[in-house]
Design a protein. Structure first.
Length: 273
């Protein structure tokens, strides 16, 4: 694998999308918010010099964004052969059926309710893209239908919302599950290490180098938060909102609803231990 960010690729705190690796270009959706960071990252994955491509997470049903996706495909001389969803949350999936119908291509997703056509995304499945392959890694936890996508010969892993480019993700209880999420992080780290991957391409925020170290940081953060929640519960505080106000006091209040979902997932995890 090349495993390289292309020269001039944007990472770090300033993020506006663009081409990041030989195979992957991000078209940033115009839906920034405390929940979506800079907006949803739509990834175009295809060969250098043109050919077949997949569109990953086409994002909101917004004509400006769909026009930008079409323009990016033309610019790279790419022909979409499938739309792939890392998961079905609306900020990733809303336009999938419309764009799939327009382009005459299937929408592949774990959840049959989001598909256009019959093909799903089983763990280990391979999606061929001319001289490259995309391998599916099942990573439930953020949501029950979450997957990551390992791009062979590119050194990149598309993570959806399993890993974000900035901060940490919500475990979207009750569909999301913390035990599954921790298992998925371990699976993601193993897959990235085995493939020699060197860059994570998230569903929101900038690309991240050193996938194994990033995932290790995510695990450590989750374990620390879980210990904090357990300590607060031991002190007699059991209401999720009250726990958020203590454990997540330094987090902007705009994302407290997301923090409360994660707290509920943490409480469920602790109750089963």
């Amino acid at each position: 694998m090349s495993g390289r960010l292309i020269p001039g690729a944007r990472t770090g705190e300033t993020w506006g999308g663009g081409r990041v690796t030989d195979a992957a270009t991000c078209v940033l959706a115009p839906n920034p918010s405390p929940w979506t960071l800079d907006g949803t990252n739509t990834w175009l994955v295809g060969p250098v010099g043109g050919g077949s491509a997949v569109v990953v997470d086409p994002g909101p049903l917004d004509e400006r964004h769909l026009a930008a996706i079409r323009a990016a495909l033309r610019e790279r001389d790419l022909r979409a052969t499938a739309i792939v969803l890392t998961h079905g949350h609306v900020d990733h999936s809303e336009s999938a059926r419309a764009l799939g119908s327009e382009l005459g291509v299937p929408v592949r997703a774990v959840d049959p309710g989001h598909r256009l056509g019959d093909e799903g995304l089983a763990d280990g499945a391979v999606i061929a893209i001319d001289d490259r392959e995309v391998r599916v890694v099942a990573t439930p936890g953020h949501s029950s239908d979450s997957v990551c996508l390992l791009v062979t010969d590119d050194g990149s892993v598309l993570t959806g919302d399993t890993v974000l480019g900035r901060g940490t993700t919500v475990v979207a209880w009750p569909d999301g599950d913390l035990g599954s999420y921790l298992d998925s992080l371990a699976r993601l780290a193993d897959a990235a290490a085995a493939a020699g991957a060197s860059v994570l391409l998230p569903g929101h925020g900038p690309a991240l180098a050193d996938p194994v170290a990033v995932v290790a940081g995510y695990v450590a953060h989750r374990r620390n938060r879980l210990a904090e929640v357990a300590a607060v519960v031991a002190d007699g505080v059991t209401e999720p909102r009250a726990i958020v106000e203590i454990v997540y006091a330094s987090v902007p209040t705009e994302v407290w609803p997301a923090a409360e979902l994660t707290v509920r997932a943490q409480l469920d995890y602790l109750a089963r231990r």
